[in-house]
Design a protein around this ligand. Sequence first.
Ligand SMILES: Cc1cc2nc3c(=O)[nH]c(=O)nc-3n(C[C@H](O)[C@H](O)[C@H](O)COP(=O)(O)O)c2cc1C
Length: 360
Amino acid sequence: MGKFGLDANLGLPAQGPRLRAGKCATGAARGQALDDCAGQLESCISGAMKQILTPLSQRLGLRYPIIAAPMFLISNKEMLVAAAEAGILASMPSLNCRTPDSLRETLEWVRARTNGPFGINLTIKLTDPQRLELDVQTCLDLQVPVLITSYGNPTEIARRAHARGLTVLHDVIRLDHALKAQAAGVDAVIAVGAGAGGHAGTISPYVLVPWLKENLKIPVIAAGCIATGQQIAASLALGAEAVYMGTRFIASAECGAPDEYKKMVVGGSPDDLIYTDAVSGVHANFLRATVPGAELPNAKAAEAGAAQAAIQEHGAKRWKDIWSAGQGIALAKDIKPMAEIVADLVREYEQTVSALPRLG
Ligand SMILES: Cc1cc2nc3c(=O)[nH]c(=O)nc-3n(C[C@H](O)[C@H](O)[C@H](O)COP(=O)(O)O)c2cc1C
């Protein structure tokens, strides 16, 4: 993979993931030596291209340790390019491309527009095996820098990806799954905590992230409800080497979600969500207003049953008509281009870290 070696630390303190001036990601992504970026070096030193570095973000070639998580139907090639240019990494499920050929075309489209890293999500058991094999092969052929595996055993994909020098991340909601993923050879696990968009776990990120970190040898990435720079600071403080954010990026200009969906995300509260297995068979968070039957006045325990019946009766298409989001909707305030969201996150992060009370 493109490991763009962003270690140049131009004079700021080395310890801790603080904003630091360093080699500009654009130049680095293009594999240029620092000498070749002479024109940009001055702005790097003056702070225009500061970075927040962790070992994992350096390995992935990111300016900031932020990953835009893959979201079925709505993450798209525009997000991959916008994220790469903003110094973070975005990912997209391979199934967001109708066919393996369109996946190849999409990857070529992205490559023609950015030299930065990006990721493709392979949903192992949710994908027809023949399609999965074609998608894996396409990702290997086109050297997709990061493969994100979910819903299945990543052993074989990790083995093949590593033979090509690619990085594999795997998402988990529990320690036993994380230990299996580590044994399968993945490079890092994504700890998906309670309240996340999509298929969410039930363990608080306050426990899940440090618990996995304590028990694993590979890096942990924090996921679930993260929508602000404060939460990024908290995640890194808990031991995460990067954050993985879905819901916040639904409300990006580039995201392929319908406008109505984006508006619900920025105007919502956790009370607007229902955590149910009625839609896909696995517990996930959905915007209640889009789940048929979930508005019925009944006890929480009955909601799933009512929703299931209504979904069958009304034939609502899962994920297309029933919209998923996480509790981060309470903190996602505006719809804007990804670059601006990233700039907000970085500013909030730095303000948070600077304002933390120290022992004194
Ligand atoms: C609409 C939507 C679709 C999703 N689709 C997928 C998917 O196809 N594959 C996957 O591994 N995770 C999927 N997820 C989960 C995200 O990748 C990620 O774990 C989650 O969004 C993180 O929590 P957050 O939304 O609270 O930031 C989806 C999440 C959402 C909101």
